[in-house]
Design a protein around this ligand. Structure first.
Ligand SMILES: *[C@@H]1O[C@H](CO)[C@@H](O)[C@H](O)[C@H]1NC(C)=O
Ligand SMILES: *[C@@H]1O[C@H](CO)[C@@H](O)[C@H](O)[C@H]1NC(C)=O
Ligand SMILES: *[C@@H]1O[C@H](CO)[C@@H](O)[C@H](O)[C@H]1NC(C)=O
Length: 691
């Protein structure tokens, strides 16, 4: 009976997939990542119902507002990216044949008449190189090949507008073009509003829009219509530079590059390379001891003295970067495919989104040089709000950090712990975040951050132990053990019977005695026992471990419904239940605090409570979270349920009902997005890869 019902549910979800005219591998998602490398370099191709080809819509910032402008032509006029308006000009949209999405790349094949264009957007992931990972730059390469046996004259063109520089088009911008082996248009707001945002777009720093200068390369700046028409008429640009600095929307200044590829045969041309980047220096404001603020800079400055030097290195490194990216993509694909094809697709789509929410920074020494040994990573929560290093957002993102480079996780925690170690934060539990609005990490000296006492205290200890277990590096837990002890003591007093409070799922509201929150707290205490064990503090280790062990049977009594077939959402409320996704940490840390019977019971319960798009978060609503579906999938004892949960996330993100970057909050009955997009928490989808 049950099995039949399950199969039927899966089938009905599958039929809800978006229908698109091209081949999409692994599937057509709600938005395709284009240049996705930082909270401000975060550009996507939104898909919605029937999908949108690269040649039929403007790419957009994660919030949804339009940003870049790029166009291309053959002997006939074709558009291959965006929808450039030029009065009285007829152009044909290139037809999108396919899109392939890997962990680092989105590869489009478009046919422009008898010529195929392969356009690759590469946003690198550099696992073992903090300098390269800190580059806020992304590649776009274009390759052409004839498909009808004949040769064709091809030239390609790309421009950007000042919309990349501001969340309000009334702002005045200025620009300059540098010519050498690399052609770069640098564009910035005239009034550099340091650390300020409008509509989540940064208002200072500069955009760097570059291409490799070779025979047949031309460039131009000027009003959008004029520059595009110039290219459409002549297949090249004039190299003229517009010197009239003005507002972004004031006859739209665009910054263009074009390449004459000459006569193109069936042999694919060498890639024509463009790069786009956005650099702010300083990038982050950070509170230090005594309440003063430190300006921090992108980490690449520890190796490259100027942006130009960094950019030259990035551009010249393209073919090596592509080789590394292909190797990384293949590793992700191989690792994730061991679970399932659905899982591999979800993971590939999640990685760029998660890593683009962080920035790696350094500070200046007393001698004015950038200090390679002072690393802090900052994260923007994105879309739910602009909080910095939110502990319960780092926590769900933790799997991608641990998989790609655990040091990124350590340096994210450093931002939280270094501030709390100054003693300026007044509460005894872990802080929620270190700044309400990115990029201002100015702390919460009034203790007025969003209080999630059990949630965050447990999260910090769990992540600290997880980092130490994964790397063997004990320096971090050694340095901050007094803080971890403080958090653990709070958990000893407050986690078996959690007071009325919110968990990370704050949108669901506060509740006393939350079963899943108690799990988090008990695991936190057990993890503290392991931390002391690693530090050879045997008495403390034994104490915490025995407290955690003694809490489990007490918790089990409080949290099990009278019917004996499920855990409740909150103690004593027999008709309630929820996803006890925090059990993931018991498995991750190999603590095995909770008995097998709990896992078996919850597996049976969820199997009989599955909606078309997975298992709801709890009995208060039918919505759920993608990260928690996957975390639950890691420990359920049935492969069928595991695959249902993973399949539900894949069905949601490919069902054509949402029009933006991966959302983590959706309805399990309708498959509609409920809220949130582009958040770091999709890094939690990599949970299987770190077990
Ligand atoms: C391409 O656009 C240019 C500029 O408007 C125009 O002069 C030309 O006739 C167009 N070519 C074709 C084949 O439509
Ligand atoms: C064990 O830890 C608890 C909570 O921190 C503390 O109150 C107690 O004194 C400790 N016991 C020993 C023997 O260290
Ligand atoms: C929480 O659970 C404990 C233990 O069952 C109970 O004593 C307490 O009244 C509960 N708190 C609330 C607010 O329901």
């Amino acid at each position: 009976m049950r099995l039949t019902q399950l199969v039927a549910t899966i089938l009905s979800a599958a039929t809800l997939a978006a229908s698109v005219d091209w081949k999409a591998t692994p599937f057509n998602p709600s938005a395709i990542p284009l240049a996705v490398r930082s909270p401000y370099l975060n550009t996507w191709l939104a898909q919605g119902g029937n999908g949108r080809a690269l040649s039929s819509t403007w790419p957009s910032f994660w919030t949804g507002q339009a940003c870049p402008r790029l166009a291309k032509i053959d002997g006939i006029n074709y558009s291959w990216l965006g929808t450039p308006a030029v009065d009285g000009v007829t152009y044909t949209r290139a037809t999108q044949k396919s899109v392939t999405i890997t962990a680092t790349q989105s590869i489009f094949v478009l046919s422009a008449g008898p010529v195929d264009l392969t356009v690759t957007f590469l946003s690198p992931v550099e696992p073992n190189d903090l300098v390269k990972q800190s580059f806020p730059f992304s590649y776009v390469s274009v390759v052409a090949a004839s498909t009808d046996g004949a040769s064709h004259k091809v030239s390609i063109y790309c421009d950007i507008s000042g919309e990349w520089n501001s969340g309000a088009n009334t702002w005045t911008i200025n620009w300059e073009t540098t010519k050498g082996d690399i052609l770069t248009h640098r564009v910035q707001t005239a009034a550099q509003a340091q650390y300020e945002e409008i509509n989540d777009v940064t208002q200072y720093g500069s955009i760097y829009w570059s291409t490799v200068n070779s025979a047949g390369t031309t460039t131009q700046t000027g009003p959008d219509r004029q520059v595009r028409e110039e290219f459409l008429k002549n297949g090249k640009l004039t190299n003229a530079l517009d010197k009239t600095f003005r507002q972004i929307y004031n006859s739209w200044p665009v910054f263009a590059h074009a390449h004459d590829l000459g006569s193109v045969s069936s042999t694919a041309t060498k890639p024509k390379l463009f790069t786009i980047g956005h650099v702010r220096n300083p990038s982050i404001q950070y509170i230090v001891a005594g309440g003063s603020y430190q300006d921090r800079s992108p980490y690449f400055f520890t190796k490259f003295p100027t942006v130009a030097a960094a950019l030259t290195s990035f551009v010249n490194d393209f073919s090596a970067a592509l080789t590394r990216a292909n190797a990384f993509d293949a590793k992700v694909q191989a690792d994730a495919s061991k679970i399932s094809a659905d899982y591999a697709g979800v993971v590939a789509l999640s990685i760029r989104q998660a890593l683009a929410t962080i920035e790696i920074t350094t500070s200046k020494t007393a001698f004015g040089t950038y200090d390679p040994n002072d690393v802090i990573v900052f994260m923007k929560e994105i879309s739910s709000n602009g909080n910095m290093n939110t502990v319960d957002v780092i926590f769900p993102a933790w799997p991608v950090l641990l998989y790609v480079n655990p040091a990124l996780g350590k340096y994210l925690l450093e931002g939280v712990l270094r501030y709390q170690a100054t003693g300026q934060y007044p509460n005894k539990w872990s802080i929620h975040d270190i700044g309400g609005n990115f990029p201002k990490a100015i702390g919460h000296n009034d203790g007025g951050d969003e209080a999630m006492p059990v949630e965050e205290s447990g999260n910090m200890i769990i992540m600290a132990l997880s980092y130490a277990q994964k790397t063997g590096d004990l320096s971090h837990i050694k340095k901050y053990v007094p803080l971890f002890d403080q958090f653990a003591q709070f958990l000893v007093s407050d986690s078996l019977i959690p007071a009325n409070q919110i968990s990370t799922d704050d949108f669901a509201g506060p509740l006393a005695n939350q079963t899943n929150l108690a799990i988090k707290g008990i695991i936190g205490i057990g993890a503290m026992g392991e931390i002391h064990k690693l530090l050879k503090n045997n008495a403390q280790s034994a104490n915490y471990s025995s407290i955690a062990a003694s809490y489990v049977p007490q918790w089990q009594k409080l949290a099990t419904a009278a019917s004996g077939d499920h855990l409740t959402l909150a103690y004593g409320q027999d008709n309630t239940w929820g996803l006890t996704y925090n059990l993931f940490a018991d498995k991750l840390l190999k603590l095995n605090l909770f008995p097998q019977s709990v896992y078996d019971m919850q597996t049976a319960w969820y199997t009989s409570h599955t909606n078309a798009f997975g298992v709801q978060l709890d009995t208060r609503h039918t919505y759920t979270k993608t990260d928690w579906e996957i975390w639950t999938a890691t420990w359920v004892t049935s492969t069928a349920l595991r695959d249902t949960l993973i399949g539900a996330v894949k069905s949601f993100v490919s069902d054509g009902k949402f029009d933006g970057p991966f959302s983590d909050w959706y309805d399990t009955v309708s498959g509609n997005q409920v809220g949130f997009r582009a958040r770091p928490v999709v890094g939690g989808h990599l949970a299987f890869l770190i077990m």
